[in-house]
Write a protein that binds this ligand. Structure first.
Ligand SMILES: Nc1ncnc2c1ncn2[C@@H]1O[C@H](COP(=O)(O)OP(=O)(O)OP(=O)(O)O)[C@@H](O)[C@H]1O
Ligand SMILES: [Mg+2]
Length: 367
């Protein structure tokens, strides 16, 4: 087992810059998730770590060993791909045994290891079957068993669950995570699914356009997004964003949105005074705006705004309400099932302790 360091990785394909200067430290035994939209460079980054692709610039280190130009087989990595890359003409047993056979591991040792991996993935009773006799989830388990059977120093997974149906994905999510905890292999897991990232990652690296925007624990990424991109990418429904002008009164900092104002605590004056008179981007998550009659008892300070119900989505566990305040449509996420008439008036309360403020020019977080 080993830690993985990426230093200044750049990868171009013709005019496309797929990876644009990535630095990342993955700790020994850590489960890190690369999360980002389609085309942001996740697969390319993973392939560079695997040795399937050479970077144009930068270095890849496994511990103290510079592996940048080593071929995959000399790196002791395993990769699980999106499509279940199991060989259709081989029984499950032989699929799992294959990487060991290539390494010329003795037969009885292969047998032990295949049984160990099959046991971990709960596919022991399937070892004699062919892939076409398996379900999608079982096939993906075979792929994972084949990846771990060599006891790799680094396990790389590229959207391994995206071909599975929603229910199975949730089940496999926790199984992969538990397996990783058991064998403690350093794991780099690629996904564009934020829920997968939040539930599986010890830490998440949020990527956008070939760069890492933020690295942190799931709660850090959710509570303290570094910029507008991360704030908008994590959370469903998406965070509400709107422009506001800042002015400072003697005991508070005020965000003037136009048809309503948000008065923030005076301890924020110090941070916000440099932006007085300027336009900033304000962000608040749907779960931090409440109907007036449903303000949680733990909430300290709110700003109340009157609006008209514009749209309602009743999901059973939650109710999503879109409220038109005049200049903005604000989206609320309310726990439980509630009924609201479209077109009716609703007074909503914005939780002032949950407000995010970003610079308008760089979109970086101020608070
Ligand atoms: N072999 C290649 N030749 C040319 N361009 C490529 C190649 N591989 C990737 N790219 C481009 O590099 C960029 C990053 O691709 P990459 O596959 O790493 O994205 P990704 O984040 O994995 O996306 P997805 O979520 O859709 O899988 C894209 O613009 C892609 O078109
Ligand atoms: Mg990809």
């Amino acid at each position: 087992m080993v830690d993985v360091k990426l230093r200044g990785i750049v990868k171009r394909f013709g005019k496309t810059v797929a990876v644009n200067g990535i630095d990342l430290d993955v700790r020994d035994g850590e489960f890190i998730v690369l999360l980002g939209p389609s085309g942001c460079g996740k697969t390319t980054t993973l392939r560079i770590i695997a040795g399937l692709e050479k970077p144009d610039e930068g270095r890849v280190l496994f511990g103290d060993r510079d592996v940048t130009y080593l071929p995959p087989r000399e790196r002791n990595v395993s990769m699980v791909f999106q499509s279940y890359a199991v060989w259709p003409h081989m029984r499950v047993y032989d699929n799992i045994a294959f990487p060991l056979k290539i390494k010329k591991v003795p037969k009885d040792e292969i047998d032990k290891k295949v049984k160990w991996a099959a046991e971990l993935l709960q596919i022991s009773e399937l070892l004699n079957r062919y892939p076409h006799q398996l379900s999608g989830g079982q096939r993906q388990r075979v792929a994972v068993a084949r990846a771990i059977v060599v006891e790799p120093a680094v396990l790389l997974m590229d959207e391994p669950l995206s071909n599975l149906d929603a229910l199975l994905r949730v089940k496999m999510r926790s199984e992969i995570k538990k397996l990783q905890r058991r064998i403690k292999v350093t794991t780099i897991y690629v996904t564009h699914d934020q829920v997968e990232a939040m539930t599986m990652g010890d830490r998440i690296a949020v990527m956008n356009q070939g760069k890492i925007e933020q690295v942190g624990r799931p709660d850090e990424i959710y509570l303290k997004p570094a910029n507008v991109f991360v704030a908008g990418f994590i959370g469903s429904p998406q965070m509400n964003f709107f422009d506001a002008t800042i002015y400072i009164e003697k005991d508070k900092a005020v965000l003037d949105v136009g048809d309503f104002k948000l008065g923030l605590n005076k301890d924020l004056i110090e941070v916000l005074k440099d932006y007085e008179g300027k336009t900033v981007i304000v962000g608040i998550r749907p779960e931090h705006i409440y109907p007036e009659n449903l303000i949680p008892s733990t909430t300290k300070k709110v700003a109340k705004v009157e609006g008209i119900v514009d749209f309602v989505e009743e999901l059973g566990s939650d109710t999503i309400v879109h409220v038109n305040t005049g200049s903005q449509i604000l989206v609320l996420k309310i726990s439980g099932s509630h009924h609201y008439e479209i077109g009716s008036k609703l007074v909503i309360a914005l939780d002032l302790d949950k407000i995010h403020v970003f610079r308008k020019d760089t979109e970086k977080a101020i608070i």
